[in-house]
Ligand binder design. Structure first.
Ligand SMILES: [Zn+2]
Length: 416
């Protein structure tokens, strides 16, 4: 059975256990023992019980997994990894007792990164982003989302998105880009947030669409950033332009941003520490993913946690991501987020791993393409020398993938 399919495959793995994360496989983690996985033209072509496969006559490459575990590539679905400079001084100040508000008043916060990002060329931004992206790739990330949001002018936002696209060409990783011009009101529009929103919708968004520089649009909807009404205007423009919708919601205060995003069928609502049950139900009805970002919660030493029990009870898919950014989550490790998601937020290891595979793919609008080991999906795979998937969550620093496979090809973490 299945050997006609295998005959056309370029490569297959034998003696592996598969953690498929495919909901059609009833076992925890979607585990399949003693199966082979075959790839053809960059996609998963077959998953078959090994004892039903005859290898004699197979003309492609056979890879001996030596009892290893094969998983989908990891997906970091929320990052700000393209930026200039660092905010180490603020980190020190916060530890000396200064509040985030005081730091912002003294010229720190997002606007500090805006100044250092504007000062760099596209090439310099790429150079500064490389070590961050390489750290993610080395630990198993095969897809990453990158937001703009530190330029806040047409030219600087386009520069950030182009830098993100440059990284995609340079590394064996899939990059989804998100326009987050509504991250902060820039100094040029101080006290005129509505005019800035108008500029985003009328001037910036059409340029981004014309050059196909973004896959989605995001808004930081919060008392200290953009109002619900301003957020709605940007979502309406994004929907009209055919782009996906994401939102930074309910991080520092309650406010209904997630429910608003759900009305626009958002791919995800992110942070969510203050999300209430009505917001949970709105996400469920819209099919939106709840993306949890434990890195920012940890760095800001927050105490209010996202409503994991309610999300679980209502069956809202949860994703975990690094939120990699210079101010509140300078943590280039998705594996650390798996651990924090369990230890700080109470996810199970299976929920955490599903949150960086199947659910993260949905949060990027790529649920049909990525995130599980299923026939027809893109063959982004990791081969690990571990016996249980939960070890990826539990143990930090020492476990690296033996093989990284992107679109069916075995790749290295370095630049292409
Ligand atoms: Zn963020």
């Amino acid at each position: 059975m299945g050997n006609e399919t295998l005959g056309q495959c370029e490569r297959l793995w034998i003696d592996v256990r598969l953690a498929t994360f495919d909901p059609a496989v009833a076992a925890p983690y979607g585990l399949l023992e003693k199966h082979v996985l075959a790839v053809r033209r960059g996609a998963i072509a077959a998953i078959l019980p090994q004892d039903q496969v005859a290898l004699s006559g197979f003309g492609g490459e056979v890879i001996d997994g030596r009892g290893g575990l094969l998983t989908p590539g990891l997906i970091d679905s929320h990052t700000h990894l393209v930026y200039g400079g660092h905010r180490t001084r603020e980190f020190e100040q916060r530890l000396l007792g200064k509040s985030y508000r005081e730091i912002s008043r003294d010229g720190g916060g997002i606007l500090a990164t805006v100044r250092s990002t504007r000062a760099l060329s596209r090439e310099q931004l790429v150079a500064q982003a490389r070590p961050r992206l390489e750290a993610l790739i080395a630990e198993g990330v095969t897809s990453v989302e990158i937001k703009s949001g530190y330029g806040l002018t047409v030219a600087d936002e386009l520069k950030m998105l182009r830098a993100a696209r440059d990284l995609a060409r340079e590394y064996p990783v899939r990059v989804s880009t998100t326009l987050l011009a509504a991250h902060c009101v820039p100094p040029e529009f101080c006290g005129q947030a509505d005019r800035y929103v108008e500029m985003i919708c009328r001037e910036l968004l059409p340029r981004v669409v014309e050059e196909r520089l973004a896959d989605a649009v995001d808004v930081f909807c919060e008392q200290l950033a953009f109002s619900l009404e301003q957020t709605e205007r940007i979502f309406a423009a994004a929907r009209q332009a055919g782009l996906g919708i994401k939102v930074h919601a309910e991080q520092l205060s309650p406010g209904g941003a997630a429910a608003l995003a759900a009305r626009f069928s958002a791919r995800s609502a992110d942070h969510l520490e203050w999300l209430d049950e009505a917001g949970v139900l709105a996400l469920k009805a819209a099919g939106s993913v709840a993306t949890l970002l434990p890195g920012a919660f940890y760095v800001l030493r927050e105490s209010r946690k996202p409503p994991v029990a309610l999300l679980r009870q209502h069956g809202v898919p949860m994703a975990l991501a690094t939120d990699l950014n210079p101010g509140t989550s300078p943590l280039a490790s998705l594996r650390l987020m798996l651990n924090m998601g369990c230890v700080l937020f109470g996810l199970t290891p299976e929920e955490a791993l599903t949150a960086v595979t199947r659910n993260a793919a949905v949060a990027l609008g790529l649920g049909e393409v990525l995130g599980t080991l299923s026939v027809g999906k893109q063959a982004d795979l990791l081969l690990w020398d571990i016996d249980q998937p939960a070890r990826l969550v539990e143990e930090l620093g020492s476990i690296r993938p033996r093989q990284r496979i992107v679109q069916g090809e075995i790749v290295h973490a370095s630049r292409s």
